[in-house]
Design a protein around this ligand. Structure first.
Ligand code: GTP
Length: 233
């Protein structure tokens, strides 16, 4: 499925902009679609099509530059080793998500992360240098009372890739970068109003990875399309 997010406010022609390709991977029900829609529309919608591969196109300001963003919101098939192998060649950044209220989602994401680390180890030097940046995201932090995954565990998962760990709430629009100095504190406090910090970080560390040599073909071949217009602020 493809969602077109237009940007009437900015009045930009997306085709004139550089493209940024982001893949969102994670187990079922962790809030991948909610995160993508929150990022592109600043809204939280309670229910989405379940376990469906979606392509979301929009325009967003990433690290001070407007980009045409192509976000792949994947189903659980995206966690297979073969899919992960494809993403590391295709994407400009990969966002790996679990829910802090769902220990099983953490375990499944960790298993996938280990597979991905294995795949990266198998690459030759040239390919390894082109692996896109990865960001780990623990979602549903508004449900801190039901938390089953500690901040330290989320941080440890990100450490597998030496990448950033964000605790976020797609529902509330919060995101917090967890740093080495505070990973063990479970008290949730937000330092950003929206999730754009997550995408901006993924973009900022991924900008160097945008090159004309990257495969710009659609990720999943032919997929159904739905259009959504969105006021991107
Ligand atoms: N409380 C809370 N609920 C959330 C949050 N994000 C998503 N949800 C809810 O979690 C459920 C799953 O969200 P989705 O965005 O469909 O999750 P998904 O990972 O895309 O799910 P699949 O497509 O089945 O893989 C929905 O009922 C959402 O309303 C959040 O930050 N907080």
């Amino acid at each position: 499925m493809v969602m077109e997010m237009t940007s009437p406010k900015l009045g930009l022609n997306p085709n004139a902009l550089r493209e940024f390709k982001l893949v969102v991977v994670g187990p079922r029900k962790v809030g991948k679609s909610a995160l993508v829609v929150r990022f592109l529309t600043k809204r939280f919608i309670n229910e989405y099509l379940e376990n469906t591969d979606m392509t979301c196109n929009g325009v967003a300001d990433l690290d001070g530059e407007n980009f045409k963003v192509n976000i792949q919101d994947t189903s659980d098939k995206g966690m297979r080793a073969t899919s992960l192998e494809h993403y590391i060649r295709w994407a400009d950044a990969i966002m790996m998500c679990f829910s802090v209220t769902d220990a099983e989602s953490y375990k499944k994401l960790r298993d996938s992360a280990l597979k991905l680390v294995e795949k990266i180890r198998e690459l030759d030097e040239k390919e390894a240098s082109r692996v896109p940046p990865i960001v780990v995201v623990g979602n549903k932090c508004d449900l801190d009372y039901f938390r089953k995954v500690s901040r330290q565990e989320g941080y440890d998962l990100a450490e597998l890739f030496k990448c950033e760990y964000f605790e976020v709430s797609a529902r509330e629009g919060w995101s917090k970068l967890v740093t080495r100095s505070d990973p063990s504190s479970d008290a949730f406090s937000s330092d950003n109003e929206t999730l754009s910090a997550v995408a901006t970080t993924a973009a900022a560390i991924g900008l160097a990875g945008i090159s004309p040599t990257k495969d710009s073909k659609p990720l999943h071949g032919v997929v159904p399309t739905v259009s959504v217009s969105s006021p991107i602020e």
